[in-house]
Design a protein around this ligand. Structure first.
Ligand code: SF4
Length: 59
């Protein structure tokens, strides 16, 4: 299951992983902590590679 570590995500920018998610599973309000819709996520791993902070993990 993809998770976003709120301690690693500075929550001060638009999440770059949003645009690389093939199923639009990641949403974000403003610059807040992104949310992954686990029902949509296919665990492709794209978002892990595009998060510069290493905040997205599969665990
Ligand atoms: S693992 Fe893939 S499908 Fe799941 S949230 Fe990340 S980019 Fe989207």
């Amino acid at each position: 299951m993809m998770t976003i570590d709120k301690l690693r995500c500075p929550q001060n920018h638009v999440c770059p992983a949003i645009r690389v998610c093939p199923v639009e599973a990641i949403t974000q309000e403003g610059n807040g902590l992104p949310v992954i819709d686990q029902d949509k996520c296919v665990e492709c791993g794209n978002c892990i590679r595009f998060c510069p902070m290493g905040a997205i993990q599969n665990k």
